[in-house]
Each structure stands twice: as structure tokens, then as C-alpha cells.
Design a protein. Structure first.
Length: 211
């Protein structure tokens, strides 16, 4: 069985030296890749820029922007039995990338942003029979309603939701507490634990019945 996992943030260039990004550390996605590998899965990890060593035995593809990640994911997705999008893909990028280094001027600077492609939405629209698609929802409010909305809109089989305001959750920490929702109505509250334990719990649940 082959599993594709994405991790980390993306970087969206403003000019040659500056970019827009987010606080994702990549720890959850890397823990999932390590857990998948330990469970005997043929594992591909597509990662944005992070400060983590590549997990041993995992086929790692490093990318920078949302566009790079979309290209890499679309190439790897057809062969994957399970896809977990744990990456915090930027929703917006600067509309025009300044050629060279932008010089400061008097006054403010208006930066026009445009939407990036929603990779998970694309995967949901192109899901092949038997493929399991899993998304993440990091929510600050109305966690369940927002997560269920994403599950349906993106045609996912599972979504792992977390409340980024809750203790022990969120971006740079080593622990996480997620609730898994399935397209068939399951709602499974996983205990707060280190990200490797959470990763193993997530894999146990979503791959049940797939082997
Ligand atoms: N995702 C993606 N491509 C994007 C943005 C997000 O594949 N361009 C994936 C993430 O990997 C994650 C899920 O979609 O699995 C997150 O859903 P999303 O609706 O993008 O959540 P937010 O980025 O938090 O946006 P918002 O809540 O504002 O809708």
C-alpha cells in the first residue's frame, strides 16, 4: 500500500528575498510519515520548507510554493492508496512577484494577493475508487462545523480537526489533540498526545479495512 503525505508550510514569494508564509512546523506531517513508514507503508512525503530531518526510509520531495506543492502532489497522487494533506498550504500568494529586490519607498506598500489552487479540492474531484483522502482543519472557532464543511466540500473520507486555541494544540508544539470526522458519520475524539502517537492513532483508524 502506498501513502502520500504532505507537510509544512509553503512560501509565496514577494520578491527575490522576501516571502509570505505561516507558522506550520511540519511536525504533524513528519510524524505521520514516520508512523506510516514504521507500519510498513510505501511512503512519499512532500514537504514545504521546515527545520526537520527527512524521516528515514521515506521518499522525500521538498517544495517551496503552493504551486510547486500542487505540481508534486498531482504527479504522485494517482499511485497513492491513501493521501493525507497535513501541509498548511498558503491560501494566497502575491499576484505579481517583483523581479529583483523591492526597494522601500516613503509611505505604505499595497501588496495584491491572489488565491492559490486548493490542492485538496482538486484531489477530491479526481479521487479514484478505493483511494482514501484525508484533510486537516486547523480551526480557531466552530471547529466541528468548519471541519464538516471542508469534509463535504472537498469530497474527503476523513478530516482531522483541531482547535488551534486549545492547550497542547497548534502549530509549533510537540503535542496535538484532534478529532477525526468521516464521510460516513464517525466522530472519533483522539486523546491529547505527542504528535507521533497522534499520527499512529490517525493511521490506525483511517487504514482499518484497507489492507
Ligand atoms: N489545502 C490545500 N490547498 C490549499 C489550501 C489548503 O490542499 N491551497 C488543504 C490543507 O492541506 C488542509 C486543508 O486543505 O488539509 C485545510 O483546508 P482549508 O479550507 O484550506 O483551511 P484553511 O487554510 O484554514 O482556510 P479557511 O479555514 O479560511 O477556509
Amino acid at each position: 500500500m502506498k501513502i502520500l503525505i504532505t507537510a509544512g508550510p509553503t512560501r509565496e514569494a514577494i520578491d527575490m528575498v522576501r516571502f509570505i508564509t505561516n507558522r506550520s512546523s511540519g511536525k504533524m506531517g513528519y510524524a505521520l510519515a514516520r508512523a506510516a513508514k514504521d507500519n510498513g507503508w510505501d511512503t512519499v512525503l512532500i514537504s514545504g520548507p521546515v527545520n526537520l530531518p527527512p524521516p528515514e526510509g521515506v521518499d522525500c520531495i521538498m517544495v517551496e510554493s503552493a504551486k510547486d506543492m500542487a505540481t508534486a502532489v498531482k504527479k504522485e497522487a494517482p499511485a497513492a492508496d491513501v493521501i493525507i494533506m497535513a501541509a498548511a498550504v498558503a491560501d494566497y500568494r502575491p499576484k505579481a512577484v517583483f523581479d529583483g529586490k523591492l526597494k522601500k519607498q516613503e509611505g505604505g506598500l499595497f501588496l495584491e494577493l491572489e488565491r492559490t489552487e486548493d490542492i485538496l479540492l482538486y484531489l477530491g474531484e479526481h479521487k479514484r475508487p478505493g483511494q482514501t483522502l484525508v484533510g486537516f482543519a486547523a480551526e480557531a472557532t466552530e471547529v466541528e462545523a468548519n471541519a464538516l464543511g471542508k469534509l463535504r466540500k472537498k469530497n474527503l473520507d476523513w478530516i482531522a480537526a483541531n482547535d488551534i486555541g486549545a492547550a497542547g494544540c497548534g502549530f509549533a508544539v510537540n503535542t496535538n489533540q484532534v478529532t477525526l470526522y468521516s464521510a460516513t458519520g464517525d466522530r472519533i475524539i483522539l486523546p491529547l498526545a505527542d504528535k507521533f502517537t497522534v499520527a499512529n492513532n490517525i493511521l490506525d483508524i483511517i487504514v482499518k479495512g484497507k489492507r
